[in-house]
Ligand binder design. Sequence first.
Ligand SMILES: C[S@@+](CC[C@H](N)C(=O)[O-])C[C@H]1O[C@@H](n2cnc3c(N)ncnc32)[C@H](O)[C@@H]1O
Ligand SMILES: [Zn+2]
Length: 435
Amino acid sequence: MVSLCPTTLSSPFHSKTLKLNSYPQNANHRPFSLLPLSAVASRSGYETERGFDFEIGDTFFRHESATGRDLGVLAAALYKKKNDNLRVLDAMCGCGIRSLRYLSEAQADFVLANDANEDCNGVIVSNLSTVSSEEEGRWKVIHSVANRVLAERYVERDYFDFIDVDSFGSDSSFFRCAFDVVKLGGLLYVTSTDGFSSGGHRPNHSLAAYGAYIRPLPYSNEIGLRMLIGGAVREASVLGYHVSPLFSYYSYHGPVFRVLLRVNRGKPPHGMYYYYLLQHYGFICYCDCCGNSQAISWDKLGQIKCPCGSDVPDSLVVCGPLWTGPLHCAEFLAEMLSLAGEWGWVGNDTINDLDKLLKRMIDESNPDLSFGFIKLDEIASRAKVNSPPIVTVMNAIHQEGYGVSRSHISNNAIKTNCPMSECIRIVKGLQQQQL
Ligand SMILES: C[S@@+](CC[C@H](N)C(=O)[O-])C[C@H]1O[C@@H](n2cnc3c(N)ncnc32)[C@H](O)[C@@H]1O
Ligand SMILES: [Zn+2]
């Protein structure tokens, strides 16, 4: 058995020294999730979110992450409504705001709030005490590295309905332990904040963390989500579990990539899972010459070429393996939107960011649409015209019989199954009409 003891870790970005509990003695066993603390931006004081006043002290807290918390709470609340029971493990809870909201808004029956930094204890306990007293047993605060917490819960056969891992960087080390602790049909909310890897600037790193060799693509922030889902799908399949994304959310603050996965144990019968895996887990190829993107299945790897016939050396950028399937489940998002309406978070003639985000995600779920997105500037530059208004381009593409939607990731971009060559033709046609 590995012996664990408290230790300390200094961050070069932080004057403060973090005290970390249950940290392996062997330095080689240091969980690298504790290392990339460059995003840490703590400050003393209090915050308010969705009407909750809470303390942040010197813990890590970002109010820009509120939307990611809203999405998690809505999903957890839906789960509770359907299953009548909700046990949450908030594996990296910071000041405990998520735990507080899972208890209050999602009506969680129990929340295990963990943060490796035991200095957070007073703040977390104080925040959760505003919901119920510790003695009532609806929550418990602990301080250990997330993987140890998950492994201990697994040994104890103590399973959770909803696990939120709000990690830093490209930490994928918790996937396996988390799959083992989430209940059948339960939800796992995973994170990456590694914009260098998704941008294709650290292919060796993305390969190590998510098993995907990522190179720069014009829709790299969607690639970040696909890299994360692909890594999870792969790890799940090792254990014979079956996961599918209910929603995938990118926020430029950070950046932060968050995906909510539904986890099912056991392989579906009749080889369905293998079909699903082969269909949605593969490679993406982008042609620098013509701007065309295509998915490449495993059995076609030796035949990669672009329909434009380009023979320019290195014009084809191939990434993967990663998730090429749907980013969201439209039905689940529609239920989240409806619940957000019931709670007064959207609707009442107010179009706010959450409203816009959920609606865009629902539009993005159209199964006709391909992976990736096309920036209008790229079409305009390839067509050598000024960029027309996005709505005009979308209408024209739609009229030609293609699927098209906005992207929640990039404001001036479209998701479509219309090939780049056709987009260029359509945009040139719009320009002609104006002359
Ligand atoms: C992104 S912050 C959490 C923010 C919080 N979930 C929120 O929504 O405000 C990540 C937290 O994880 C803690 N942490 C980092 N590595 C950890 C690990 N391996 N296990 C548990 N906690 C860890 C840090 O101390 C930090 O408080
Ligand atoms: Zn091409």
